[in-house]
Every structure is written in C-alpha cells, then in structure tokens.
Design a protein around this ligand. Sequence first.
Ligand code: FCB
Length: 469
Amino acid sequence: MSVSFPPGFLWGSATAAYQIEGAVREGGRTPSIWDTFSHTPGKTENGDTGDTATDHFHRRADDVRLMADLGLGAYRFSVSWPRVQPTGRGPAVQPGLDFYRGLVDDLLDHGIKPVLTLYHWDLPQELESAGGWPERETAHRFADYARIVADALGDRVDMWTTLNEPWCSAFLGYGSGVHAPGRTDPVAALRAAHHLNLAHGLAAQALRGTLPSHAQLSISLNPSVVRAGSQSPADLDAKRRIDALANRVFADPLLSGAYPQDLFADTAQLTDWSFVHGDDLAVIRHPLDSLGLNYYSPAVVSAATDSHPERSDGHGASEHSPWPGADSVSFHQPPGDRTEMGWSIDPTGLYDLLMHYTREAPGLPLMITENGAAYDDKPAADGSVHDPDRIRYLQGHLAAVHRAMDDGADVRGYFLWSLMDNFEWAYGYGKRFGAVYVDYETQTRTPKSSARWYAELARTGVLPDMPAS
Ligand code: FCB
C-alpha cells in the first residue's frame, strides 16, 4: 500500500563542500585538513583528492537548475571554512562569501530552501597546525567563523546547522585516523569531542545573536543504532560502551547539559576530562529548533573473545580504534544485504533511531539530514543509469520514516545523500552515493532512475509500493 507524507514535509538532497566544490586554490581559499590528508600518500583510495571533485564551484548554476528540474524543495550544503575565512582567523574574503551568496540566490530563485551547514569536516589546516579540535581555542575560532557566515547570509538562509557528524570529526579524525587530520590518539579524540560540542554551543550563541529571530538552529548527528550480539551481560556492556562513545557523548550535553557518568568511568584510564570547564555544559545545551539525524546502517557489537577484536565498523580500516576505552568490544556485520560500502541494509534501524530521539527529546522536531546508499552504478549503452537497488533502499527507509511518524515521531524533512556522486572521503571517487551520476572525465551529470523516482515522490508526497525486483 502506498503512503502519503504530510504537506510541507521537506524533500531535499545533501552535499558537502569538499566533496563537490573543487577549485581548492581559487578566491583566496587556503588548504583544509582534507586537502592535506588527501594529498598524503596512502590516505585515500587511488590517492584521490577533492582538487576538482565535481567542479561544483564552477557549475553551481547548472547544478541548481538540475535540482529544480527534479523538483526538490530543499538543498543541504556546507560552507567551506577556508574558502570564506582563509587560515581560520581574521576577516572573511569576499570571493568565498560571494560564491555562497550566489548559490543561495540561485536556490531561492528556483524556490529551493537552502539548509546551510557550517562545518562538514574541512577545518582550515592552519588551525589544525595550531592544535586542531583537541584544543579549546578551535571552538572559539569556529564561533567567529559562524558569525561571519551569519552576517553574510543571515538575510537569506533560514535553516542553520552548526556541525555535521562531530563523531566522525573527533573519533575518525583523531582516533582511528582514517579521516583528516589522520591522528591516532585516543585522548585527542575525546578532547576533540568536547571541543566540538563546545564549538556547537558557542556558534549557536553567535548565530542567535546575529540571525533574525525566525532563523532555525540545528546540528546533524550520526548516532549509531547499536545492537548487542546477545543478551549476555558482557554483550550488553559492550553495547552500553559504544552507545556512550557514539551517541551519548554528543546527545547528552546537547539535550540535557551533562556528560554520561559511565563514559567518564570507561575512559578514566585515559583522561580525567579536566578539559571540560565550569560553564561549558551550559553553553553546549543551547536550545535547538530541530535535531538532524544521519542514518545509513546499524552496528552489532559484542564483548571481544580474542585479543584482536574486529574493528570493522564500516568507516575504513585502521589498526587504531575509533573507540577510546572500548578495546574489549568487537563489531559484527549483521547478515543480509549490503550496499557497496559493505554496510548492512536495515530500515528498522532508522525507525528505532527516530523513536529513540522522540523519547529522548520530546517536542524537538527531527530532520533526516542524510540517508542513502552507494552502489556500483554504470551507464547503459544509451547513457542512462538504472539503479533499482538504490530505489529499493530509499523506499524501505522512507517507509520506516513514515511508520515512525505514524507512531508519533515529529519528522519534518528528509535529505537524500547525495544529490550527485562525489568524493567519498577516504574511499575517493570509487563509491557512488548520488541520485545523479557524474562522469568525472567530462563532468557530465545524468540523473539516475532513483533521481526520477525521488522527484516523483517530492512532487506528490506519495511513497509508492516497493518496485518489483
Ligand atoms: C556521512 C557523511 C557524508 C557522506 C556519507 C556517505 O558520514 O556525512 O559526507 O560521506 O556519510
């Protein structure tokens, strides 16, 4: 049976600056940690970098027209910090801000709502060289940068997101090292987590002080839907540890102004958390207008039975753990279908996630700011690209969203990751998440069949039955 989403539900797509813009040396932009990391041999598949990416910086107007052709109502993009405030300090540069002014104006001209993310992982390299997210000063730099962007775009952007997936910034960037800046220091990862939380709070204050009162503030988290391998006390404890490190380390200070006590106990051998200062938690707990949730796949964990626990939690291989204080936990792939990332497909995880935050944050609207799948898409002889697996993935997950809404979740919108194929971080260009196919040789864009399917959904709000396989 087909189901209908309510009128006003936002149908969008999402991207991030470093994954699509290219033009890394134009208009005064300085390197970010992702420029440095991707240019370091061995850090990304094939040595791929975002130097050119999908050349969106030069093709902005065409890309907005493409979104308009698909009838999408909203677009979630990120601003590149080193493009608007080179080196992360001092005044803004106008060419950088002009690019985003132009993008937002194009979107508004086509009736597409801009949803702006301030930070999707591209810290100015100079700030990393000064210590990066493990240092408190970086949080203050971020608030300054937030004010600059709000001054420039506050008159035309209503929806503001501070951070995208701080878990990845902290624990993949400073713990396992599979993301920029590629450090592998568990204490630095925990310090980074706190300073990202603080950065969010300080930026939220700066935005409230600068933006018109109707502006909406949010943050996008990627909570792990953690399942225990069994109901044994040891496996349930493994689940508790990962839940603390993946989820509660961000959600608890944001929503209730406190860090989980069990997280302090689990990591006591590493740090006493004295980097959390007196007023920090009050700053972090700044009222939000919505909570952004990114979901791809659940995690199954158990107590490790050997001394080399499996760490393949789907974010890239490293001998270093992204889970400080949880060496005794191993990760398993649930049985069943997987995407090209090797991530298991489980729409129930999205339902569970929405219901969890409905209980945790009563009254706070939710927004799915990322969901989607990578597949090995290839153009047919006539140039068309058929991706029935992606349509099935989206259909299943949107049915789960609808079910959660029926059960009381206040979900206001859905952003498909991604508008187009792009630079998938450490995986480079090999993993295609787009609804639009990109030929990287010619930069030709071809909407896949999933883009047409999604366009119809955005037009009607009616989720059709699962297509026959
Ligand atoms: C998320 C990131 C996004 C993209 C998807 C596949 O973790 O926010 O940039 O890489 O995963």
